[in-house]
Design a protein around this ligand. Structure first.
Ligand code: BG6
Length: 297
């Protein structure tokens, strides 16, 4: 396993060719290659210098999803919280390698750990300045998949509430050929219609215009993202009961200064696993763990 690191990013590659690249800014994964392909969409106009949340890859949403509500401890925080705009600390790596045989190199994997705690934050303009926390974020690159997981600890004496989500931008070749299955029947809040509650469709989801849906699914069923009817990604979730499906489509994409190229919306779909439809309470001293595994097929 080879790892390279400078003061802004960590890159890890397996002997079998897969790789992952993580910016310390936001602990944002900006590239994941497997089977000779890039699996994450990264906007050509994304800011990678720490001046703005990264448009693409896997940004982290914490402690609030979307714009913070009024009269809540998160009021005053930026949209999607501060995790994606804070500089994380690289805590180190763990590697495992199965032994090579005469015909194979053996499968290796690597886990990169990142940390963020309240002591590392710049001044935050909300009630959250009174809360104490420590998050370990682990990014594990295996030959077949990429796992991301969180251990969120309340290290203080006050209880607090949070929402969290992996804002994954998956790369696709052509959005008009993409379908998402595993959410059949689940109802959702349609943010393109002011959050209206909509009864889910029976078949797989296809995208032919702006889509911004919050699915609350309860059980963490397998979600498959297919292209031309062939499964391309499988998304497995651990304790992340909600799923957001987002594509800004043409007009909204044009409205985002950091979105490129202009037709880039055809090359991406956000399928975001999280816990965002309600608040999770974390009592003083407690730890919450959740994660996802994305398999590239
Ligand atoms: C999605 C939301 O998760 O993130 C959308 O459902 C939002 O409503 C999108 O537009 C992008 O958010 P941002 O803050 O990265 O532009």
């Amino acid at each position: 396993v080879s790892i390279s690191q400078d003061n802004s990013r960590i890159t890890a590659s397996l002997p079998t060719g897969e790789s992952v690249e993580v910016l310390l800014y936001g602990a944002t994964i900006i590239s994941w290659k497997a089977k000779g392909k890039e699996n994450l969409f990264l906007s050509s106009k994304a800011h990678l210098d720490g001046s703005k949340a990264v448009r693409g890859g896997i940004p982290l949403v914490f402690p609030v999803f979307g714009p913070p509500p009024a009269d809540h401890a998160t009021t005053g925080l930026p949209q999607h919280g501060f995790a994606r705009t804070s500089k994380w600390e690289y805590l180190g790596k763990s590697t495992s390698e199965s032994s090579a045989t005469p015909n194979s190199k053996g499968d290796a994997s690597v886990k990169l750990d990142f940390g963020l705690s309240h002591t590392m934050l710049d001044k935050i303009p909300s009630e959250w300045k009174n809360y104490e926390f420590g998050i370990t974020y682990s990014v594990t690159l295996n030959k077949e998949d990429l796992e991301t997981s969180f251990a969120i600890r309340n290290t203080g004496e006050k209880d607090w509430e949070f929402q969290t989500l992996f804002h994954t931008y998956l790369a696709v070749d052509n959005i008009s050929q993409v379908s998402v299955s595993g959410l059949e029947g689940a109802s959702y809040k349609d943010k393109t219609q002011g959050g209206k509650e909509v009864k889910g469709t029976s078949g797989p989801i296809t995208i032919g215009g702006e889509v911004d849906r919050n699915y609350s699914q309860g059980p963490t069923k397998l979600i498959t993202i297919a292209e031309k009817n062939k499964p391309r990604y499988e998304l497995y979730r651990d304790l992340l009961i909600d799923v957001v499906v987002w594509n800004p489509w043409e007009t909204k994409a044009k409205g985002m200064a950091d979105f490129g190229p202009e037709d880039g919306y055809k090359k991406m779909i956000c399928v975001e696993a999280g816990s965002v439809m309600q608040w999770n309470t974390l009592e003083a001293g407690d730890t919450w763990e959740g994660g996802q595994r994305i398999k590239a097929l």
